[in-house]
Design a protein around this ligand. Structure first.
Ligand SMILES: [Zn+2]
Length: 342
C-alpha cells in the first residue's frame, strides 16, 4: 500500500509518501481501507520527536479514521467486507486494574492508534475489532473522521468529568482548534453559555457560528479581564484548556469559586504554574482528562446524525500531499479539522 510516513524526526519535510508494509490482521483485528483520516496535534509531537513513536521508526501517524472493512481476522466476527466504519482510537489492555474498573483511558498499557501503532495516513490501517463502530449512512467519511479524538475528548471532559449544567459559564481556549470547535458546541448542547478565544480576527465569526456568545482575540485582549467582564466579575464555572504555560496559569484566574479547569492537552508546552492560593481558597478543581469511551463515541455519532453536533472540517488534502497538510496545521491556518483523503 501507499502511506505517508517518516523515518526520522523533524518538520513537515520529513514526511515521505511511498510504498509501505501492508497491515496484516491478527485473529481479533480488522484491516480498514481508509477513506478519510484527520490530522491532530499529537501527530506533530510524534513527527518532531517530542513524543517519539513507542514502536520506533518508520511510523505512520493518524488517529482519526473512517473507511470500509477490507479484511478481518479469524476471530473478528460481526463485520462484513465493504462495511462503512469508524475506528475508536483508544487501545487498552482490558485486564489491568484500571481496565477492570472500567476506566480504560487510564489503562497502564494505554495507547492510541496512530501513536502506539501505525495509523491512518495510509491506504490501509489495522485496529482491534473491538474498536470498530459502524459509521451511520447519514455521516460522510470526511465528517466521521473529524470526530474520534477532538470531539470525543471534549465530550468526555465536559459531560463526564466536569458535568456541565444548563446556565453555567464555560471558557473554551482556542476556538479554531479541533478540541476548541468541538468543546464550544458540546458546552452549548449541555445548556451552558460559552466564551472563547481566537488568535486572529478572521476566526471570530467562525467561533460565533459554533455557538460562542463572547469571542476574545487573545493577542489584543486579556481573556481573564474579558471573562470577568462577561460574568459581572464572578468568573466562569469551567475552563477548557489545552495550551499549557501562561494560558494554563491564567485560566485558573478566570474561574469562579468551585470552578473546574479541564486540562486536555499541552499544545504549546507540557508545563504550567498554578497560584495555589486561588486553588485552595476558592476550592478549585484541576481535572486532567484524555479521550473517552467507545460508548461516548457512539453517543456523539447519534448527536451528529440528529444535527445537534457538527463536525468542523476546514479542508482536505490528498494523501500524497500530507507534507503540505502538516505544514498547514503547523502554521495554525486551520479553522477546525484538516483531513487526508487516500
Ligand atoms: Zn489496561
Amino acid at each position: 500500500m501507499k502511506a505517508a510516513f517518516f523515518k526520522e524526526h523533524g518538520g513537515a519535510e520529513k514526511i515521505l509518501y511511498d510504498d509501505y508494509r501492508d497491515p496484516v490482521p491478527e485473529a481479533t483485528e480488522v484491516v480498514v481501507r481508509v477513506r478519510a483520516c484527520a490530522l491532530n496535534h499529537v501527530d506533530m509531537l510524534l513527527l518532531d520527536g517530542r513524543f517519539p513513536p513507542p514502536e520506533g521508526l518508520p511510523h505512520v501517524n493518524g488517529c482519526e479514521v473512517t473507511g470500509t472493512v477490507e479484511a478481518t481476522g479469524a476471530a473478528a466476527t460481526g463485520l462484513s467486507r465493504g462495511q462503512r466504519v469508524i475506528i475508536f482510537p483508544g487501545l487498552a489492555c482490558g485486564h489491568c486494574e484500571y481496565c477492570l474498573r472500567g476506566e480504560r483511558t487510564v489503562c497502564v498499557r494505554y495507547g492510541y492508534l496512530g501513536a502506539h501503532k501505525d495509523g491512518g495516513y495510509a491506504e490501509l490501517v489495522k485496529a482491534p475489532a473491538a474498536n470498530i463502530l459502524p459509521l451511520p449512512d447519514a455521516i460522510s467519511f470526511e465528517a466521521g473522521a473529524a470526530l474520534p479524538l477532538a470531539m470525543l475528548t471534549s465530550w468526555h471532559a465536559l459531560v463526564a468529568q466536569a458535568e456541565v449544567r444548563p446556565g453555567q459559564t464555560v471558557l473554551v481556549q482556542a476556538a479554531g482548534s479541533g478540541v476548541g470547535s468541538a468543546a464550544i458546541q458540546i458546552a452549548r448542547l449541555c445548556g451552558a453559555r460559552v466564551m472563547t478565544t481566537v488568535g486572529s480576527d478572521d476566526k471570530i465569526e467562525f467561533a460565533r457560528s459554533l455557538g460562542a456568545e463572547h469571542v476574545v482575540n487573545y493577542r489584543r485582549q486579556d481573556f481573564v479581564d474579558e471573562a470577568k467582564k462577561w460574568t459581572a466579575k464572578r468568573g466562569v464555572d469551567v475552563v477548557v484548556e489545552h495550551i499549557g504555560g501562561d494560558t494554563f496559569e491564567r485560566s485558573v484566574s478566570a474561574l469562579t469559586r468551585l470552578g473546574k479547569l479541564l486540562t486536555i492537552g499541552s499544545h504549546d508546552t507540557h508545563w504550567g504554574r498554578v497560584d495555589l492560593r486561588h486553588l485552595y481558597s476558592k476550592n478549585l478543581r484541576i481535572i486532567g482528562t484524555n479521550l473517552g469511551t467507545i460508548l461516548e463515541l457512539r453517543t456523539i455519532l447519534d448527536h451528529v446524525v440528529e444535527g445537534r453536533l457538527r463536525p468542523v472540517i476546514d479542508r482536505a488534502f490528498p494523501l500524497k500531499e500530507t507534507g503540505a497538510a502538516v505544514q498547514y496545521v503547523l502554521d495554525r491556518k486551520n479553522k477546525g479539522k484538516v483531513l487526508l483523503l487516500p
